[in-house]
Design a protein around this ligand. Structure first.
Ligand code: HEC
Ligand code: HEC
Length: 209
């Protein structure tokens, strides 16, 4: 079964990424560190992204981020590294690594709701709905943490499915109460989210008999 195979692989990919960044840091800059998204945002990015200075999208503000999150994490981090209009390159902090910038963006887009694990493995491999759910949505939806409707729990899904699939995809894109926008994985496209929602819905419909 795919779920079993996919997870260890994505975890080792994340571990690999961290190891690689660690080595680059050691090799290139003595003062480079492996900061969390929260540390970076609350010390560096908050200067402009806190209040929305010069039109900076505000931390955790879904409306501000929605049109930008559509570009995907790769494009957003490229823009953040290179700078865009009044957004300075690296947010003005030259020592930030790509991975650190990605964590910071994931933190800002989700308003801090994406867990550290989500930020570390910010690059979820695109794949089938089943694979995306296994790597990105399962954290909460497998056990039903924090009131997330559990996969396979027809009771919990019935009132939600009644809203129609488009409405549910929209909740996944923009966030819904304690459900973070894009599950905290800013690089998931709208199509990825639709595939993931369809998969969860198909596993959670009431059996016909
Ligand atoms: C000096 C102010 C300032 C600081 C500090 C700053 N930003 Fe920005 N940022 C901006 C502004 C202004 C914009 C809006 C630019 C625009 O679209 O015109 C922006 C936009 C962005 C965007 C969206 C880019 C896009 O393509 O739409 C990202 C991502 C971003 N910032 C990340 C960060 C990160 C990560 C940090 C901290 C490491 C940071 N910023 C620090 C001012 C700042
Ligand atoms: C950090 C935990 C978390 C993650 C990760 C997460 N969810 Fe959720 N999700 C929730 C919670 C909590 C709710 C219930 C929100 C509510 O209705 O109050 C929810 C609700 C939903 C709903 C129902 C929304 C509605 O309108 O009723 C959908 C659809 C959904 N999630 C899709 C996803 C998808 C797709 C992913 C993966 C890309 C994902 N979720 C990842 C926590 C999470």
């Amino acid at each position: 079964m795919n779920i079993v195979r996919f997870q260890p692989r994505s975890i080792s990919l994340a571990a690999c990424l961290i190891a690689m960044v660690g080595m680059v840091n050691l090799a290139s800059a003595a003062d480079a560190t492996n900061r969390t998204g929260k540390e970076i945002v609350t010390t560096i990015c908050i200067a402009c992204h806190g209040e929305g200075k010069d039109g900076a999208p505000r931390i955790g503000n879904t409306k501000d981020w929605a049109p930008r999150a559509k570009y995907g994490l790769n494009q957003l981090s490229k823009n953040a590294m290179e700078g865009v209009r009044k957004m300075p390159a690296h947010g003005g902090e030259a020592s930030l690594s790509d991975l650190e910038v990605e964590r910071a963006i994931a933190y800002m887009v989700s308003g801090g709701k994406a867990s550290d694990k989500d930020k570390t493995s910010g690059k979820v491999t695109h794949g089938t709905g089943e694979q995306i759910v296994a790597s990105a949505c399962g954290n909460c939806h497998r056990e039903g943490s924090n009131g997330a409707p559990r996969i396979g729990d027809a009771e919990a899904w019935r009132p939600r499915l009644a809203k129609g699939i488009n409405e549910l995809v929209s909740s996944a894109v923009h966030g819904h109460n304690k459900m973070p926008s894009r599950g905290g994985f800013v690089n998931l496209s709208d199509a990825d989210l639709r595939a993931a929602v369809s998969y969860m819905a198909s596993k959670s419909s009431a059996p016909a008999n």
